[in-house]
Structure formats: C-alpha cells, structure tokens
Design a protein around this ligand. Structure first.
Ligand SMILES: O=c1ccn([C@@H]2O[C@H](COP(=O)(O)OP(=O)(O)O[C@H]3O[C@H](CO)[C@@H](O)[C@H](O)[C@H]3O)[C@@H](O)[C@H]2O)c(=O)[nH]1
Ligand SMILES: [Mn+2]
Length: 749
C-alpha cells in the first residue's frame, strides 16, 4: 500500500512479472510537441491581447472604444479557455489492465472478490422505456463474477408500476438468460443488443430469443396501456406489490416509498440451480413540497438502502440508458481497487461514456469525444478524471468524507464498516430501508453536503467528482479497447441542445458556488486540476466570445467598418496562425483518438451551434434562477425515437421541426453571416473597395456561412417535418433587422 510500486507500474514490467501485474500505463507520445506548441501559442495570445489593449487607448469615438472592448473581452475569454484546456494536454496517459491476473493476485494477497452494489437510475417510463432499463440491468447481472456478490438496485424516480412490472418480468427471464450467457460464453449480455447482433443461431438461442420477445411484448403492452392489467400478473406477492398503486395516490412528485426485493441470491436460483444476483426495486418517497434533488437525491437513497441491505464496499453507478458491453468490466475495475500498488486514496474508477446508434459522421457530435474520451486521459495523468454520472465504480468509503478523516453517518447501520446479519427480505432490514428512503430522512443531516452525492448543481456528477477530488480522493480513467458500456445519446438537435443547456446551468451552479474551481479548486487540488475543472465550469461563458464573433464583425462589415488588421499588417498573420493553430491541434487530437475529419468538422460546428444557443440560454436561465425568477429542472433526455426522425438522422439531415427559442440565435447568425459575406464580396470584388481591410471579416463570415449550410437548407429548401419552422425564420429575420438598425444608430453617434 502507499506509494506506487515501480515494478508493477512500469510499462515494460508486463513481460517479467505478468503474474502480479494488474495494470500499467504509458505516457502519450504527443506530450512534448503539445508543450512546445503551448509555449509558442502563449506568445501569440499575449501579443494579440497587448495589441487589443493598445487599440483601446488609441480609440477616439465611443463606438470604436466599445468595439475594441468587445474584442478584448472575447479574446480574453477564448485565451482563458485555451489556457485552462492545457491542463488536459500537460501529461496525458493511457492505461491498460490485466483482468486475467486478478484471480492470482487476490489469492496471493489472501483476499476475496469483494461484493458490488450496482445502482441503475431511471425516472420516466415514457421517456426511458422500461424494456431498455431491464436490458441495462440484465447486462450487469450477467457479469463474469460470482453472482452472490452482485446486487442490482434500481431507482425509479418515475414511481411507476410499469417499471416495477418490467423488473418482475426481468427477474423471471434472468433465470434463463444468465445460464445461457455462461453456457455459450457470449460477450454481449444485454439481450436486446445480443439478438440485434450477428449472433450464431442455435436451438438454444432461438428458445431464449422467444422468451425474450415474449417478455418484451408483455412489457411494451403494459406501457402502452399505461397500467398493469390483472391478466399480466399471476403471482400473489406481485399482485400485492402492484396493489400499492391502487391504494395510494401515485404521481411522480407525490407517492410513498416502494421497495420490492425481486431476487435474493441466498434464496433464489436460476434454471440450472446456480446463484443469481440480488435485485431490488426502489422508488423513494416523494412529496410535492419537499426538494428531491433529482438524480443525486435518488443515488443517495440507494447508497443508504444498499447500506442497510448489502453494504458492498464497491458501488457502480449506471444510467438506465447505458448497458454493459463487456462481462469482464467489473474485474477490470477491480484491477485498480484490488491492486497493492494503488494508493488508499483511490476513490473511483471512471469508464468513458461511449454511445451506440450514432450516425456515420456523428451529425450532432453526440459522442462528445473530447469530454468523454480525450480530456480524461489528460486528467488521468494528474489526479484523475472527473465523474461523468454513469459507468463509474466507487469505493463506498469515498462517499463518506475524505480519505484520511471519516465522517460517521447518523445511523451506525449506514457506516461502510457495518456488517449485515439479516437477510435482505427480513422485516427489520426492510423497515430500516423504508426509513432511510423517506423524503424527510435527510433533513438536518450531511447528505448532499458532506456525505454521498452532492446537491446544488444540475450536473451532480461533475460536482460530486469535483468535491471528492478536492477532498483528496484520486480517480482512475479506465478505457479498454472494447467499450465497457454503451449508451444512448440524443439523436435530434433539440434534445442535444436541451441537454447542453441543462449541463450549462449545472456548470454555472458550480462556478458561482463557494466551491468555485478557480479559487477553492485551485487551492485544494493545485493549479492544473483546478484549471481543468474551471475549464468545464466556464464552458457556458464561452457563449460570450461566440456571440461576439458571430455578430459584431458581420454587423460592422455591413456598415463598411473594418475592425480587424489589414492583409498587409503582420497581425493578419497572427490571426491566421491562431485560428489554424487551435483548429488543427484539435483536429489532430481528434484523428489520433480514431475520429474522422468529418466527425471533427461536425464537432466544431456543434460547438458553435451549442455555444450560441445552449450556452447562452443556459447563462440566461442561470441568471433568472439566481434572481429567484425561474427554477430550472432536470429535464430528462428523451430515449424514444420516432421513425421518420431516425430515418433523417441516419441520412445525416439536421432536425429542427419544433419552434424552440433555442433555434433563434443560430438562425440569426446564419442570416447575418450570409448577408455579410455577400455584401463583403460584392463590395470587395465588384467595387474593388476595402478588400484588404475587410478580408478577415469576410473570411470569418464565409467560415460561419459554410458551417450554417444545413440551416439555410432547413429554412429554404426542405419540406419535411424536420425543416426550420417558418415562425423561427421570421422571428430571426426581424431580430437581425433590429440589430442592423441598432448598428445604424450606433454608427451615427
Ligand atoms: O430526477 C431525476 C432525473 C434523472 N434521473 C436519471 O439520471 C440519468 C441521466 O439522465 P439523462 O436524461 O439520460 O441525462 P443525460 O444528459 O444523458 O446525462 C448526463 O448528464 C447527467 C447530469 O446532467 C448525468 O447525471 C448523467 O450521468 C450523464 O450521462 C437517467 O438515468 C435518469 O433516469 C433520475 O434518476 N432522477
Ligand atoms: Mn443519458
């Protein structure tokens, strides 16, 4: 324990002491290049800012002063973003694990496989179809791991009998599915994904497939009817459980606690008389006038309920939309937790979020490659990646204060050291589980502030990981060749923008809290980690330079005013270098992480689009919230797709369709940039005027116009459901006109 053991950690050690080696890492080769580039780029930034400052002093009119100030503001924010992002490039590493050695190491160190509690969150049976949740659960129940050590807890914030019913069905089906997976040693353990894949058909598999299809049909019928009809239940106990929906008033915001033990490993077995994992359905008590803290609240209830029932030292948190894609994953995570060379301060092991169902060029950049796959490598070389809400294994103790000082929870039964003596279905255990799931339970306690998942941000994952790392917990990024988990990502523009807006509000919650990463973060974790968290915290602020660059140079151009250096000015080259330097470095990182150029292009376009819309609306809603005017909610991302929409998505066609204000800023940007481009070229080429003074403005408008091509198409050329609603086009045109008029007035004073 304690300091890392060199022989085990060294990359070349794999061949000599394979028996002991659980993990190694390599530093990425591009690091020295990145550092040199960073030095050069820093000089460029400083030169540019210096010139901006000079410019401000030279201005003579109010208008030129304001313009210079705007440009200085925009460039300072971009410069800060760039500088803080360097922490991801400072020391990126890539790890490898050797789960095949785990068994030996465990034996040699006189250990046992630890128990693991798996938490799956769901919140709405209509946006998150129960059959999907069930598939997630089955995929982890079938891990290559002693079944009696695994417990699956489902948190249903939808408080829906439909989800409970789906799990009753799943508990029965698991009896067939788990032995089938073992017998055939299949890799894909989510039945839906397995039967969708190119599996080898056999009488055995066809048999299971029929069982699966039957279960799926029953679950979907029940969801369609909106309630569980009597004909679907034959079991007394199940009738009793579902009866609670008949005897109480049940809405999502208001209902009593339901805890239903569906499978018990000590009691139940599968079709081949082998052990099955525990499966427990939990729907915490909700009351309209009590805050429930969204997902963080749900997870804390599971932390307590599981403490009372199984109290495993390792916890895996999973979203219902993310199934396990590799049965070895649990053992892979244990390569770190069980490793003698890992420091005791290891708090969590994060796997990347990787998505299925994304179209070829990733139209909406839904894979978030930078956030989920590239940046974490950089953090891993420092004190570890941020927590991303799903696919993350925690040490239970990490949820109870910092590595050196342990906080006792208010009940001794919740302590990570507590040993459970009674079976999970015993009266005492269930009574206590109900007590800790009540909506008043957390009153006057440390839950959400010092204990468990932290409250106060709509990105509870980001905030919780951040607070844990500030307390001294370190984390590991585990990114195996075969994705460990595969999830759903929004496949329509509005869903994607809505999700990014929620994230923006959540990030601002953190930035403007007393735990601001720029101050508290840098103090607690050092400069690089603090800056890395600030980079995300300031994400939404990036809307400011984006809005400035999408409108101001274009408006000026329309009025014939030059605001950037001439072609003959050396600063022209500085701009060109900075633009291409930053873009090409991102492109390189993208391609090296097995992205394509096309995907990178879509990513930079989405960055522009969400910057203009989600981030600025996020800032707006956050301000309204701070003034007490609005109360942003956790709007769950829709996981159901309609056919026409998915067809267009597969073809790579942008989806607008709904009249959402989120589309207004991007439509305005599209219009004004096209206007500026046309006017600029017209003036420059035909009238031969100002071309060299306006070149940068024309280039910028041209670049944005190319990015906006799908928007013009959606406004003018399409007639399908996904086209730009006429209302949005008209509103945007009016607003652009208004901007133009403001420009005229500003020009005259
Ligand atoms: O009141 C709530 C709201 C949400 N959820 C669950 O939270 C998960 C994430 O919700 P989703 O709508 O899929 O949001 P995403 O934006 O896709 O989620 C990302 O961002 C969230 C923070 O905003 C993180 O919690 C997620 O782990 C991360 O994948 C889902 O399983 C929901 O069921 C709850 O349990 N209770
Ligand atoms: Mn999700």
């Amino acid at each position: 324990m304690g300091r890392p053991n060199k022989t085990i950690q060294h990359p070349n050690a794999t061949t000599t002491s394979t028996a002991l080696c659980l993990h190694t890492y390599d530093q990425l080769r591009r690091t020295p290049f990145n550092r040199v580039f960073a030095a050069v780029y820093t000089c460029a930034i400083l030169t540019l800012l210096y010139h901006h400052a000079l410019q401000i002093f030279k201005t003579t009119t109010l208008l030129s002063f304001s313009l210079s100030l705007l440009l200085l503001t925009a460039d300072s924010i971009i410069a800060f973003q760039w500088a803080s992002a360097q922490s991801f490039r400072f020391r990126p590493i890539r790890r490898r694990e050797f789960p095949e050695n785990l068994e030996t190491v465990i034996r040699e160190t006189d250990n046992n496989y630890p128990a693991v509690d798996i938490f799956i969150c769901t919140a709405d049976p209509y946006k998150e179809p129960p059959i999907g949740v069930v598939n997630t659960a089955l995929s982890v129940m079938a891990y290559d791991y002693p079944a009696e050590k695994v417990s699956v807890y489902v948190s249903d914030d939808g408080g829906s009998e439909l989800t409970l019913f789906a799990f009753m069905e799943a508990a029965k089906f698991a009896g067939h599915w788990l032995p089938f997976c073992r017998r055939n040693n299949i890799m894909q353990r989510s039945p839906e994904a397995y039967f969708r894949s190119n599996y080898t058909s056999s009488p055995d598999s066809e048999n299971i497939k029929t069982l699966y299809e039957n279960m799926k049909a029953r679950i979907e019928q029940v969801v369609e009817q909106g309630k569980v009809g009597k004909e679907y239940v034959d079991d007394e106990q199940q009738l009793k459980a579902l009866g609670k929906w008949a005897t109480h008033i049940f809405t999502r915001q208001d209902h009593p606690t339901i805890i239903q033990v569906l499978l018990v490993s000590e009691r139940d077995t599968d079709m081949t008389s082998c052990a099955v994992p525990n499966v427990i359905y939990v729907s915490r008590e909700k009351s309209k006038n009590r805050p429930h803290n969204f997902k963080a609240g749900a997870l804390n209830v599971l932390v307590r309920v599981s403490a009372v029932m199984t109290n495993a030292p390792i916890i895996l948190t999973l979203d219902c939309d993310m199934y396990s894609n590799d049965p070895q994953t649990l053992k892979r995570a244990l390569c770190y937790f069980m490793s003698p060379s890992m420091p005791p301060s290891l708090g969590y092991v994060q796997f990347p979020q990787i998505f299925h169902g994304i179209n070829k060029d990733d139209l909406y950049s839904s894979e978030h490659k930078l956030v989920f796959q590239i940046n974490p490598l950089g953090l891993d070389g420092l004190q570890g990646p941020n927590y991303v809400g799903t696919g993350c294994f925690f040490k239970r103790r990490a949820l109870f204060e910092n590595p050196s000082c342990f906080i006792n929870p208010e009940l001794p039964e919740l302590s990570p050291n507590h040993i459970i003596r009674n079976p999970i279905y015993s009266h005492d255990v269930l009574a206590l589980a109900h007590r800790v799931a009540a909506c008043d339970y957390e009153k006057y306690s440390h839950w959400g502030s010092k204990l468990g998942f932290r409250y106060g941000s709509l990105v509870e994952d980001f905030y919780t990981g951040y607070r844990l790392q500030c307390e001294g917990w370190r984390s590991i990024f585990c990114s195996p060749e075969t994705p460990a988990f595969l999830g759903d990502s929004p496949v329509s523009l509005i869903d994607q923008l809505g999700q990014m807006k929620r994230w923006s509000i959540g990030l601002l919650d953190v930035l403007f809290s007393k735990y601001c990463p720029l101050t508290f973060g840098i103090r607690s974790m050092g400069l690089l980690m603090g800056l890395a968290y600030s980079y995300y915290g300031c994400w939404p602020i990036f809307s400011i330079p984006l809005v400035i660059y999408a409108f101001i140079p274009q408006l000026s151009l329309l009025h014939g005013a030059s605001i950037f250096p001439k072609v003959t000015d050396p600063r022209f080259l500085l701009y060109i270098f900075m633009f291409f330097g930053a873009y090409m470095q991102d492109l390189l990182a993208y391609v090296l992480a097995r992205g394509t150029i096309q995907r990178w292009w879509n990513w930079q376009r989405m960055w522009m689009i969400s910057g203009l819309s989600s981030f600025s609306f996020g800032c707006l809603e956050f301000s309204l919230k701070s003034l007490g005017i609005a109360m942003p909610e956790f709007n769950i991302t829709n996981k159901v797709q309609n056919n026409e929409l998915s067809k267009r998505y597969k073809q790579g066609i942008f989806e607008f369709g709904v009249s959402s204000p989120l589309f207004v800023p991007i439509t305005m940007a599209a219009i004004i940039n096209l206007m500026a481009l046309v006017v600029g070229l017209f003036d420059g080429i035909l009238k031969g005027r100002n071309f060299d003074e306006l070149a940068l403005q024309i280039l910028l408008s041209g670049f944005i116009t190319i990015n906006c091509l799908p928007i013009y198409e959606a406004m003018l050329l399409r007639s399908d459901e996904g086209r730009m609603p006429t209302k949005i086009t008209i509103i945007s045109m009016f607003l652009v006109l208004a901007l133009y008029v403001v420009g005229v007035i500003a020009h005259q004073i």
